[in-house]
Design a protein around this ligand. Structure first.
Ligand code: COA
Length: 249
């Protein structure tokens, strides 16, 4: 079965990460599939809302660390499929709902900052261990997280790597509903259907007004990617990747 499942449920496109044996760690083909599924809604008037979901016990363990190691040894940076995914998510004109259970690590958390409605199971733990891995924040989180939750909370999350549990994430303003894990998907889908039933042009224009400059967000994604590329090659990062890949359980 594919690592990314895309299904259209009436006016809602559901994009589900499905590499559960690796805790939904994202590979380049997974980013490609998600970017395509998001961008493909642009000229499809039948799709009025997107929903991003993971598994029943894990949302996403972030970027595949094996891919980070390969990138660190090559001449490239983050990888074009990652940038294509982030750009597609940020430029997406349809509202995006997320259904999150369990761990959401790295980009598993930062992608949520671009969603319009986030439903979290009580098991949720948001974590961005970028600095501990010798890296810097990505997905424009250095711009968007302080705006959403204030500098102090964003610093604890993005720089200190302190986790945010479901209720704390709600208090920080990045999660709408906290529900029992078994109810996360259904609650998110109901929210997506409710959004999809609203007048489409009214939603589109309201959302544009609320989000401000998308170009500014895209520019920050690209600036972070430049810094990320440098950090990937650092001794600190390479040692951290090796420690994860060779850790004993
Ligand atoms: N990249 C590559 N493989 C990963 C991965 C990642 N980001 N996250 C998990 N995996 C793999 C593990 O290596 C393991 O593979 P194996 O069964 O072949 O040994 C499998 O997924 C299960 O992971 P495990 O760590 O045993 O699950 P867990 O439930 O104990 O812990 C996490 C889950 C998400 C807390 C833990 O896997 C983790 O910290 N992952 C790394 C997260 C990270 O730092 N991401 C990068 C952010 S920038």
């Amino acid at each position: 079965m594919s690592d990314i499942l895309v299904t259209d449920q009436g006016p809602v496109r559901v994009i589900r990460m499905n590499r559960l044996d690796k805790k939904n760690a994202l590979t380049l083909p997974m980013y490609e599939a998600m970017a395509e599924a998001i961008a493909g809604t642009a000229h499809n008037a039948d799709i009025r809302c997107l929903m991003i979901a993971g598994g029943p016990d894990v949302f996403c363990a972030g970027n595949d660390i094996g891919d980070f190691m390969k990138a660190a040894q090559g001449s490239g940076g983050l990888g074009q499929p990652i940038l294509d995914f982030l750009h597609a998510l940020v430029r997406c004109e349809k509202p995006v709902v997320a259904a999150v259970n369990g761990n959401a690590v790295g980009v598993g958390t930062t992608m949520l900052l671009h969603c319009d409605y986030v439903v979290a199971g009580t098991s949720v733990r948001l974590l961005t261990p970028f600095v501990g891995l010798g890296l810097v924040p990505e997905a424009a989180s250095s711009l968007v997280a302080p705006r959403l939750m204030g500098h102090a909370r964003a610093f604890a999350l993005l720089v200190m790597g302190q986790p945010l549990h479901a209720q704390e994430a709600r208090e920080a303003g990045i999660v709408n509903d906290v529900v029992e894990p078994a109810e996360t998907d259904a609650t998110a889908l109901a929210a997506a259907q409710k959004i999809a039933a609203l007048p489409a042009q009214g939603v589109l224009m309201s959302r544009r007004l609320m989000r401000g400059s998308v170009d500014e967000i895209v520019k920050r994604i690209d600036e972070e990617a430049d810094a990320f590329k440098l950090r990937l090659k650092s001794q600190e990062a390479q040692a951290a990747f090796m420690a994860f890949m060779t850790r004993k359980k």
